[in-house]
Design a protein around this ligand. Structure first.
Ligand SMILES: [Zn+2]
Length: 123
C-alpha cells in the first residue's frame, strides 16, 4: 500500500502552486491583450466579427481556467487538512503515479473508471 509521505505532499504542493501561478499569469496576459484591442480605432465590419470571435475564445478559456483553478485550490486545501491523496469514494490511497500525472485527482483509478462507466450508461 502506498504511504503518503510529507516529501510527496510537498512535491504536490509545489506542483499545484506552480500550475496555479501559470494559469493566473496566462489569464493576466489575455486581459492585457484585450486592453490593447480596446484601444484600437473602431474596427470595420470584418475586424469586428473576428474580435468578437477572439473574445468568445478568451471568455471560454477563462471559464475552463477558472474551473481548473478552483480544483487546484481544493487540492491545496486537502493538503492542508491532511486528506490529500485519498480517494473520495473508497478512501484508499490514489497512488503516487496517478497523482503525479493528475495532481487534482480526487478518485482512485478504479473508482474513476467505475464513474466513467456509469456516465456512459446514462448517455
Ligand atoms: Zn476509490
Amino acid at each position: 500500500m502506498d504511504e503518503i509521505t510529507p516529501e510527496f505532499l510537498q512535491e504536490m504542493k509545489d506542483k499545484l502552486a506552480a500550475e496555479r501561478d501559470r494559469i493566473i499569469s496566462l489569464a493576466m496576459k489575455t486581459r492585457k491583450e484585450e486592453m490593447v484591442l480596446d484601444q484600437d480605432d473602431l474596427p470595420d465590419e470584418m475586424d469586428l466579427a473576428s474580435s468578437e470571435y477572439n473574445q468568445a475564445i478568451a471568455f471560454r478559456l477563462r471559464g475552463r481556467e477558472k474551473h481548473l483553478l478552483s480544483k487546484i485550490e481544493e487540492a491545496l486545501g486537502r493538503i492542508e487538512t491532511g486528506v490529500y491523496g485519498y480517494c473520495e469514494v473508497c478512501e484508499e490511497p490514489i497512488g503516487d503515479a496517478r497523482l503525479r500525472a493528475r495532481p487534482v485527482a480526487t478518485y482512485c483509478i478504479s473508482c474513476k473508471e467505475e464513474q466513467e462507466r456509469r456516465e456512459k450508461d446514462y448517455s
